[in-house]
Each structure stands twice: as C-alpha cells, then as structure tokens.
Design a protein around this ligand. Sequence first.
Ligand code: ADP
Length: 720
Amino acid sequence: MSRIASVLLPMPLPEAFDYAEPEGMELVVGDQVAAPLGPRLLRGVVVALREGAGGNRPLKALDSKLDSPPLPPGAIEFVQWAARYSVDAPGQPLAIAIRGARAPKAKPHKLLEATGVTPARATPARQKVLEAAAGGPQTPADLARAAGVSAGVVKGLVEEGALALRLVEEPAAFPEPDLARAGHALNASQAAAAQALQAMVAEGGFNVALLDGVTGSGKTEVYLEAVAAALAKDPAAQVLVMLPEIALTQAVIARFVERFGVEPAEWHSDVAPPMRRRTWDAVATGAARIVIGARSALFLPFTHLSLIVVDEEHDGSYKQDEGFIYQARDLSVMRGKIEGAGVILASATPSLETLRNAETGRYRWLKLTSRHGTAQLPDITLIDLKATPPPSGRWLSPPLVDAMGQTLAAGEQTLLFLNRRGYAPLVLCKACGEKLTSPDTDSWLVEHRYSGRLVCHLTGFSMPKPDKCPHCGAKDSLTSIGPGVERVEEEARHLFPDARIAVFSSDTVWDAKEARRLVDAMADGEIDILVATQAAAKGHNFPKLTLVGVVDADLGLRGGDLRAAERTYQLLAQATGRAGRRDRPGRALLQTYAPEHSVMQALKAQDRDAFVEAEMAEREIMKLPPFGRLGAIVVSGPDAAALEAFAREMAKVAPNAEGVEVYGPADAPLALVRGRRRKRFLVRADRNVDLSAYLATWRARVRPPGAIRVAIDVDPYSFL
Ligand code: ADP
C-alpha cells in the first residue's frame, strides 16, 4: 500500500498539497522534502501521512527527503495556529520556521594528518612537519607555521603520501550548561520572586508569570534562577529567552556565560548563515539547550521547550508588521500552551494587555519594587521648554546644558535620548516651501549628514542631498528642520569640545559586534556623552551613567494612536531608568512643551500605577484593548479609482456580527507608499468575539483584482 504525504510549502498557499510518497522514502511527519511545484522543486514539510493512492489523477511524487532533522509536532502545530490567528496562509509562518534549515551548511575544514607513510627523503624540514602533524589534524598553513617551513615542504609530503587530506566538520558548539555553578546571592525580594518561578517550573506544564520589577531591580538575576531550575529538572529541557534588541542580546549573553559557564545559542538576523544552520539543527536535535534570540526565535524547532522568557515584554519590536504579521509576546504564550511550557514575561513597564492578565489572575504576578543594593531610582525633573527654551536653532535647553556640565565635571556620564535617526527629520526649500519627500511615497526624506544623503525611513530610498531645490531650482535654499541624533551630537560637541561623544543608533551600530563594542566602551567609562535612539536606551547597565537627558519627551505623543501614551511612558521610563544604576545617584531631565500632560506627570512622580489606572479606565470606556479587540485591514493598489471601488465593495460585504464594529474605508495616514495608494478599515470587537474568524470570513467574501492587495493585521500596533 502506498502513502500520501500532505506537504506544507513556505508560500502564501491556503493549504498543504498532497504528494505520493515514493517507494522506500519512509517519511515521518515533520520531515523536510523537495516537492515539485510547477517547474520548480520547493522545500516543504510533511504535515500528515495517510494510506492511499490519490483520486482519479495520479499524484505527483515527492522528489527526495532532505538532509535536515524533522520539524517537531509542537512546531508544526504552532505554525498552523499562528497562521489561523493572523489570518494568513500557513506557508508564511512556515517560511520563518524553516529559514534556518535552508541556510547553507558550513564548509568542512580541509585538514592534513600524518598517514604513517615514511617519505623517501627525510630532510630536517620534513621531519619538523611530521613532528608537528603528530599533534593531530591541522590546516596546511598551520602545519607550515608550526614547523617553521615553507608551504612547499608540506605540499611535497602530501604528494608522497606522508600526509593525507581529511575533511572535518566544525565541532558542535553547544556545550552543556554547567548547572553546578551558583548565581549571585539574591536579596530578599529577588529570592521570593525566584522561588515563585522555581515553583512554577517544578509544577511543570503551561503557566504564565509576569516578572514586574523596576529598572535595575535584578529581573535578569531572578529569571536566570528559573532557567537553571528548568534545565536541572529535565536533562533534555530547552529554554528560550527572547530579547527586543541585538545590542541587548550581547549583554544578556554575557550574563548567561557568567551563570552557566557556556555560550548559549544565539538567534537573530545578524547570525551568519552557516551558524544559523548549525543552530537550527542543534535546536531540532535538542543539542542546544539555551537559545537567546529575537522574535523569530519563537519559530525554532524546539523538541523539549520547557520555559520561554520574554524580556522587556512591552517592547514594540516584538510586533512584526510586515510580511507575516505577528506579536511575538502574544504568540509566546500560545507556544507555551502547545508545548506545555512555562512562560515568564519580564518588564519594568509591562504592556496593558499583560497587566490586565495579571490583575485578573490569569498570570502569576511577581513584583520587585526597588533597585538592587544601594542603587536608587533616579530623580526626574521636567524642563518646560516654553519657560526655558534652547537658543534658536539649538535643541538643548539651558538647564539640561548646565546639568551636562556638572556631570562632566564630576567625571560621570550623560545619555542624551532622542528617538530619531539621522540629522534632521525634514528638509525644506526656503524659496518655494517644498518639503522633500520620497518618490511615490507620502513620507519626508530624512537628512543624514554622516552619509551626506537624504533617506526615506519607510522604503529605504535614498539620494545624495542636492544643492538645488528639485522643485523650484533655487540654489542653496534647502534647510534642515528639526533634530535627529546626529544634530544633537553636533550641538553637544560644540558645547563640550573636550568631551568624548558617541552616537548610538541603527546607522552607527550596524551589527551585534559593533553594538557590543559601543556598549562595552560606555560601560568602561570611555564615553562621556552618548547620544542615542531607543537602540541604547533599554536594558543596559552603565555604572557611571548619572544623567539622562530626554531631548524631546513629546515626540511619541504626536500622532496619538491607541498606544501613544502607553508607549511614551514605557520608552521614557526605560530611558530615564538607565541613570544611577550603582552607588551614584542619578537624575533624568525631560524636555517637554506639555509638562502638565498625564504621561509627564506620571513619569515625574514615578507613579506607574496611577498612569496605568487612568489609561486602563479610558480603554475600558472605549472598549479598546485590553478590554476589546482590534483588527486592521489595509487595501492597497496602484490605481486610485480601482482601489476606491474595491474598498467600497469590500465594505458592502463586511459580515454582520454582534459585538463587532467596522470603521472605514478611510485613506490611510500614509496614503501612498512605493506608488501604491492605501486605504484602511478598522474593526473593533468585544473580547469574546473570535476576531480572526470574523476577518477570515470577510476576507473570503472578496476577490481582489490582480493589482490590489489586502493585508490583515490582528491587533495592529501601527495605524499608519
Ligand atoms: P533589571 O533587568 O531588572 O533592570 P538586572 O538584572 O540587569 O536588572 O540587574 C541590574 C544590575 O544589578 C546588574 O548589574 C546586576 O548584575 C546587578 N544585580 C542585580 N541583582 C544582583 C544580586 N543579587 N547580586 C549582585 N548583583 C546584582
């Protein structure tokens, strides 16, 4: 009897395709196979096997089984669940799940080893090479160097058969964590939280805990104990720790090395393809027991996942809003449920969604209310920019400049926080008033001085800064409006010419190594003033950092979407939380035009609870998340009239359902991107409504014409 294999392909197809299993292939569910689709062979995953021969037409046969460990059942179930939740094709999350398996393997090393054959002519040089080769296989270059001879001598020995080539795969780089090592002695509240987490791990099964601790309270120390407990409980157990920034990954890896004596596996966009492949395989075979990674690590093929930690769980970078759209924090809870694993969400400023789950008892709630040791939370002062504005064309107000001077004189460090890359967010022509925008896109071009280019942060388009206005042709009329980090750096250099100043943004820190270098330089006191976007404002410990200056505290409040206040509070609490992490007291100065705003007042009073309470009350009245659900649909297309007609047709067929309201279609705030016009629908639903099912039903009722795309975002974070 032959068998039929259902194979999921990493493409936007609605379901798995059936293929005939060739004689002798002996597939199991999860196996990766090469499957013919049209003229191509695609890597796919077997998601089901059944006896049979297909219907009237013979099925196409699979081409081959690929040399990769199978995708475990939990990972397959997770992929299918995530697709259903996000109202997308299962091939989309599958593509993320098998990305590592598709990466090329590392080439084996070409080493030489002694064969025991005695060369015809035994010169002293040849003798030295053979002595060096006795130490084990080595590369030809290493052998020549060790023996102090030329490459020709080594080559001669190979030709005579005294040395032979051996291909050696790189050894597995995932040593077992050393569980006998002790962590730091915990203070009383840390110990209580650690015990509660250890109890959760000991209990086993699916459970979620919120580790809610102020910045510097030692959340990492506490969850390290939970990780140790999970690994000790079961010799096969695997742990995933997710972090929002590559810069932070490096620092947390160092803490894991200190605690467990070995490097954990690492997973993010900056890991080289051969290493990615090795890591993927090691996770699938269970050899990698601790993985530290970015959001996509959640799709790795864990076989014995027993604990997931989502550090800085409130962070916006857990939401991916292009391609396959997902929120990794929310999905981590689902993966935990599927795997029967514990989930720890850690933050000093938890999301309202998570706080709501803690308040209602769905999550355990563990609190750390003070910093570890003698460290104190910083003093926070609001600088009213209406009362003490910076001089014209400058961005740092006199009180902030004074504080920077004092900090510098005391030999301490300053962090200037501005969440804006580049030199200036807008370039304008003084002659005709034209604002320079990206071609075919509703977005200003951002001036970057280091590179001398104007860059669209939305599409990546860039061009050299012109010397004439492209609109009216006036010469030298282009003027830079507003500050980015590069401009603040320029001002700081002008004010403090002798200070050591650096910029930390995704333009100056392009990979994990560079991030580590800059973080280390800051931690070692080699920088006096660090001008940084959010890339450096999270999670780090800089012992000599005592002043945080927030250049534009109001920045995130403009535009005012659902989470503007929450996000601003979180970001600024994190940024100001970098100050005063050791014995030196810290302070934070927030420059604002709206000192009376509830977010600024809550930050000043360090009263998170009051802020959360007010924000929750507002969301509850409006029945918005976490008290209701939201979904967004963006329809886009190159032709305005065709898009308009399609959007209207779509509005007509919106399903009627109790507890669901549909708003739109309306022009999206970004109404034109890469030549495509965009319109949005917003759907609000009561909590008990299956919003994914609602959106899937709606989506199935329309057939968008070729050029029109429909993108669904369940629980949108961006409303542009
Ligand atoms: P959080 O993640 O809550 O901001 P961390 O875990 O990064 O805090 O801890 C802040 C700093 O305090 C780190 O440098 C950490 O090593 C140190 N620390 C925290 N708890 C302890 C402890 N029990 N013993 C020694 N150092 C600690």
